[in-house]
Design a protein around this ligand. Structure first.
Ligand SMILES: [Zn+2]
Length: 552
């Protein structure tokens, strides 16, 4: 052993001794909801200098056990485990923060106003890209057209994706930039170009048809893409999130995350799901499941798609849409092709999470999973992302297969004004069916699907427990038989989300041996009426015992 090595060893021993005496932090609060069934309530917990929880319990006991500890006195606050969003899109959120935000626009005129304001800052000829419009929020409730944009923007290309990301609205300048000739009556596989009676594209492109416009937008540079990840993660921790399952990460994007993790610039934990049957999945199959040494980044899952979304009638239904006879939606993948990707993921030990909205989409996914999993489904933790509309017979199949329902409470409250028109009174019974799924024994991992919905998990807790809009309507909640309790909703955003990311031994609850990921809240989410959950005060967010956000 060299002198240098001995020096290190001595330093290490001294550091360990010091850690026992002083490098412990004790957190005290009015209440600590641990989400640990063995000890659900406490007033204090302690963690070491590496961010590992070493004790949970009574305030006086912990303060006398660690007299020299650093203290975080949260006063009258309530502490809960760090919240985990089980389905979001970090770069999408970051890029949305770099684009025109059309969420909440009440008319086409309001859209135009926001576009004009934003365009003032743009160089001449640069694409004006935005997202978040929803024609269901406008007086006329019909799809917009290119003509609506052309007078204000005759030369500048404009490309605006719908709130659900499953349709886009282009002006004529943007359509001129598309490489392929859009005239004629052809349609792309898995998508739709809306055309007028003369066959001319109206400007709206659904699902796979959007790719032609996306391809025409000039590429973003690396620095902007990394900036988007930073902005997205920062927005997440400001809302009390300590983890996100990023549903669709390319290999290039994983490299960006890795570079951030290498320089200690990840404020929270990312469970990255590879983006379909692409380079990232191939890399996982070649090199094995991936985890960064910091514990802030892992990739061991793949995100697949079976169908589209309900808002744009792209969700695959077993029978016709109730408000569009003859239309049963779109499959994004042929069942046989889907099954072969699922088999590939299984061979590689990769977790599968598949976007399925319609009852046909969900049934194909369940049939495919059942065939691939056989009887050993439980520990693979495969997931259905959204699981929005299920045939009643299919509801118990998730629990039977050990398949996780990865659901977004705010989708229900966003869709409730029109969902029954699309689905009719019978199919609505198996839709947004959190209570039926949970009671059947399925695990609910909750999330937001940001930036489709807000990144703010308080809105998810509120929607889950009220099934009401921001004004509290309808009174008593929409189809209140599916309501969750505050505890169940919190569990879906903590321990069960952790489980869905293979991380329940490290995070998701506050117990000895786990990481000190926690949120300091101004009110007790389990004591206040659910109607107040959307205005919970997030005072601070900690990951590995380090503050990553503190309210100014
Ligand atoms: Zn999503």
């Amino acid at each position: 052993m060299t002198m240098r090595a001995i020096g290190f060893l001595l330093c290490g021993m001294l550091a360990t001794t010091a850690a026992m005496a002083a490098d412990v932090t004790v957190v005290t609060a009015a209440k600590v909801h641990t989400m640990d069934a063995a000890r659900p309530h406490a007033q204090a917990f302690a963690f070491d200098d590496r961010g590992a929880i070493v004790a949970v319990g009574n305030r006086d006991d912990l303060l006398s056990r660690y007299p020299d500890a650093t203290r975080i006195d949260a006063g009258d606050a309530t502490v809960v485990p760090g919240l985990i969003d089980a389905h979001g899109h970090v770069s999408g959120l970051g890029l949305a923060l770099l684009q025109v935000d059309l969420v909440g626009t009440r008319s086409r005129e309001e859209v135009l106003q926001r576009l004009r304001d934003f365009a003032r800052e743009l160089p001449e000829g640069a694409w004006l890209v935005g997202r978040g419009w929803d024609q269901n929020d406008w007086p006329e409730q019909r799809f917009p057209t290119a003509v609506d944009l052309d007078a204000a923007f005759p030369d500048r290309p404009v490309w605006l994706s719908r709130i659900d990301g499953h349709a886009g609205w282009a002006n004529s300048a943007a359509m001129r930039a598309v490489e392929r000739d859009l005239s004629g009556d052809w349609q792309p596989d898995g998508g739709k170009i809306l055309r007028d009676e003369a066959g001319k594209p109206t400007g709206v492109f659904v699902d796979a048809a959007m790719a032609m416009l996306d391809a025409a937008v000039p590429a973003l540079d690396e620095a902007t893409l990394t900036r988007a990840l930073e902005l997205g993660m920062q927005a997440a921790v400001e809302h009390g999130l300590t983890g996100v399952h990023d549903a669709g990460v390319s290999l290039a994007e994983l490299r960006r995350y890795q570079a951030l993790a290498d320089r200690g610039a990840m404020p929270l934990r990312i469970h990255a799901m590879a983006d379909g049957d692409g380079k990232a999945l191939a890399w996982l199959c070649d090199s094995g499941l991936y985890r960064h040494p910091s514990g802030r980044l892992q990739m061991r899952a793949v995100k697949l798609y079976i169908d589209g979304a309900l808002g744009s009638r792209g969700a695959a239904l077993i029978a016709d849409y109730s408000d569009d006879p003859g239309n049963r939606g779109l499959l994004m993948a042929e069942p046989a092709a889907f099954a072969s990707i699922v088999d590939k993921a299984k061979q590689c030990g990769v977790q599968v999470g598949t976007h399925a909205i319609g009852d046909n989409g969900n049934r194909i996914v369940l049939d495919t999973y059942a065939a691939a999993l056989g009887n050993a489904g439980a520990d693979r933790r495969w997931r259905i992302e959204h699981a929005q509309v299920l045939a009643p017979d299919d509801l118990p199949r998730l629990a039977a297969l050990g398949v996780i329902a990865s659901m977004q409470p705010t989708h229900a409250t966003s869709d409730m004004p029109w969902a029954e028109e699309r689905l009719g009174p019978e199919r609505i019974v198996g839709s947004y069916a959190w209570r039926q799924l949970r009671d059947s024994g399925a695990r609910l991992a909750l999330g937001s699907d940001f930036p489709v919905e807000s990144v703010d998990p308080r809105l998810g807790l509120y929607s889950a427990t009220t099934r009401a809009d921001a004004e509290g309507l309808p009174a008593g909640g929409w189809r209140p038989e599916e309501l969750l309790t505050s505890f169940e909703a919190l569990r879906g955003f903590t321990l069960d989300a952790a489980y869905a990311g293979f991380a329940e031994k490290e995070i998701g609850s506050l117990e000895v041996g786990k990481r000190a990921d926690f949120v300091v809240l101004g009110q007790d989410p389990l004591a206040i009426p659910p109607a107040q959950l959307r205005s919970l005060e997030v005072r601070a967010t900690y990951v590995d015992g380090q503050p990553v956000f503190a309210k100014p």
